[in-house]
Design a protein around this ligand. Structure first.
Ligand code: 6R9
Length: 575
């Protein structure tokens, strides 16, 4: 099988980093050395909210700004001490209702300072938090509450109609953040209770294998699975925050992800606050102007976002960039989808920053394969394993394959942030570990001879055309280099002669209109730039591609449309 390997190399600009020598760090690495950073290494007892917030207050950093929140209506900042006190108050509110250690408490609301205060309060009493996207409709909310037997839910008045208490038998308490139109005794008012609640709280000290968070993630079929993580994950959140995010004391950090997606908790809350840096949260919808002004206004130094956002910023043109001062940026990262080389080149040209791709999953609980500051970047590669992580490519029988061979991306189990279980579904959990000692990710990739990993697609999305296995990502990346293409999603369409042919769904950039000539031109562009067998024989133009709330193009939905099949679980689809 042929792999069109991209040999381009961008040397890293970031000189002074937290991990100057990858090879050496990788070789000498020991997780226990990271554990020593935490006081619980001695005491044996931990709590994520304590490590993220309270310890900074105890160490005299209480007046430092921990959170800068902004959206169209609000702009507020909170120090570590303020967050400690307010999350203590919220912890007390929950305790008063009898909520405690191990209980599942869900948050179903748009980003706001209260979301973060509530999340920390939940953790302080040892309960397990379940964050939900505010876009979820009634069934999606109910499925998750019921599956996890959640006892409490925090939401806003706007979303109340999507919650049915009668269908979620374990749900005892609904706490509402915001003004209610009518008095309703079955609801608890966040604001009223906060006025009464004490700022002193006895923290629930936990063991490292006690619960932390449950994130529901959609499979391609069936109901979403509850991926359950424990406190121990903080070891890897802390370490990756240091060597991948490269966080330093004076950083102003902005992760654009919503907490409904694991990126928005592990890297929107835990990693930055474990490092005690100022964390910027922007609410509301994406807009190039708002995003650039967020960077310029707060002088963001480290910025973590996703390919879909970078592609939209690229599509918005470079002129808008010239209106903002983005010179504060030191380090830019991406996660969630393959980062197309074209986007890396564009980032370098426009921000003077190499966008560092990072690969991980809800199940892995933290970053696993990354481009590190200080390491040469190969555009299109997800980088190399985090020190302490062993990754390889396996064939379907579980054998390791040589470099440049496409196969299952597998990780040696365990690692500190590995999921602890799939809630209510031990069989599903076991499936990931069907090759003894290894976690099989479901992603298809290959490794080059320098140990860099190259993503090809989800295993289910890999296309087989005339006997060649083609990863949709390399075709999509080539398509993206065509001036007319804003976004592309590629699937295999069954074909009597070739097994499958490649079909591309494309949304066009501003100023382009669809025509048979354009299709022909795009086809030739891929044929000449990549290979004949990878060129899309069918092209369909779409206004928008179906995407998840975290920005992933849903290829299985494209395929289902094409083949008139059921689309499966759509709860995470955007709009
Ligand atoms: C953190 C997160 C996991 C799936 C994963 C893969 C895709 C994530 C990627 C990437 C290519 C990257 N993915 N990062 N693909 N390059 N850098 O996204 O978790 O929502 O569970 O998704 O996302 O297919 O298997 P999650």
């Amino acid at each position: 099988m042929e792999i069109n390997h991209n040999n381009e190399l961008l040397p890293s600009v970031n000189s002074l980093t937290n991990m100057d020598d990858y090879e050496q760090t990788y070789k000498d690495f020991n997780w226990e050395d990271v554990e020593r950073h935490f006081t619980w290494y001695e005491t044996g007892k931990c709590n994520m909210a304590y490590e993220a917030i309270d310890q900074h207050v105890e160490a005299g950093r209480g007046d430092k700004v921990a959170l800068i929140y902004s959206d169209a209506k609000r702009e507020e900042s909170y120090t570590f001490k303020q967050l400690r006190d307010k999350s203590n108050q919220f912890g007390n509110i929950l305790r008063k209702q009898g909520v405690g250690k191990g209980d599942r408490v869900f948050i179903f609301m748009a980003r706001s300072p209260e979301l973060y205060i509530c999340l920390l309060g939940i953790l302080k009493i040892g309960a397990v938090v379940g964050p939900l996207f505010e876009a979820f409709m009634e069934t999606a909310v109910k499925d998750r509450l019921v599956d996890s037997s959640a006892v409490a839910l925090i939401t806003t008045p706007q979303l109340l109609s999507r919650i049915s208490k009668s269908e979620s038998p374990d749900l005892k308490h609904i706490i509402v953040v915001g003004e209610l139109e009518d008095q309703d005794d079955s609801l608890i008012s966040y604001h009223n209770e906060m006025e009464l609640a004490s700022e002193e709280l006895e923290l629930e000290w936990l063991d490292r294998d006690d619960g932390l968070i449950i994130h529901y993630t959609s499979g391609s079929t069936g109901k979403p699975k509850g991926v359950y993580h424990v406190q121990n994950a903080m070891i890897q959140h802390y370490f990756s925050g240091k060597v991948v995010l490269d966080l330093r004391e004076d950083d102003v950090y902005w992760c654009t992800a919503d907490p409904g997606w694991i990126t928005g908790t592990c890297y929107g809350i835990f990693a930055p606050w474990l490092h005690g840096v100022t964390n910027v949260i922007r609410g509301g919808r994406f807009s190039p102007q708002d995003w650039y002004s967020t960077i310029a206004k707060y002088k963001v130094t480290v910025w973590y976002s996703a390919p879909t956002a970078f592609r939209m910023l690229m599509g918005a043109g470079d002129e808008v960039i010239s209106q903002y001062d983005l010179s504060s940026l030191r380090h830019v990262l991406s996660v969630g989808e393959p980062l197309n080389p074209e986007v890396v080149r564009w980032g370098y040209k426009t921000y003077g920053q190499r966008i560092h791709d990072t690969w991980w999953m809800t199940e892995t609980g933290a970053q696993m394969i990354c481009n590190y500051p200080g390491m040469a970047i190969k555009p299109g590669s997800m980088g190399r394993p985090l020190p302490g992580i062993e990754a390889t490519i396996k064939d379907d029988k579980g054998n390791t394959v040589p470099p440049y061979t496409m196969g299952n991306l597998a990780i040696k189990a365990p690692w500190p942030s590995m999921m602890n279980r799939i809630w209510n579904n031990p069989d599903k959990y076991e499936e990931y570990f069907r090759v003894s000692g290894w976690y099989i990710s479901g992603d298809s990739a290959y490794m080059d001879d320098e140990g860099y990993f190259w993503f090809q697609g989800r295993i289910d999305d890999v296309i087989n055309s005339s006997g060649e296995r083609i990863g949709p990502f390399e075709v999509e990346s080539k398509l993206l280099e065509h001036p007319a293409v804003a976004e592309a999603g590629v699937i295999g369409k069954p074909d009597a002669i070739r097994g499958e042919i490649i079909k591309a769904f494309i949304s066009l950039r501003e100023g382009y209109v669809e025509s048979p000539e354009l299709k022909e031109d795009i086809y030739r562009f891929v044929k000449e730039g990549l290979s004949a067998h990878a060129a899309p024989r069918e092209i369909e133009f779409k206004e928008k591609l179906p995407k998840t709330r975290s920005g992933k193009i849903m290829r299985r939905v494209l395929k289902a449309w094409e083949l008139n099949l059921p689309t499966g679980d759509l709860s995470t689809i955007e709009d």
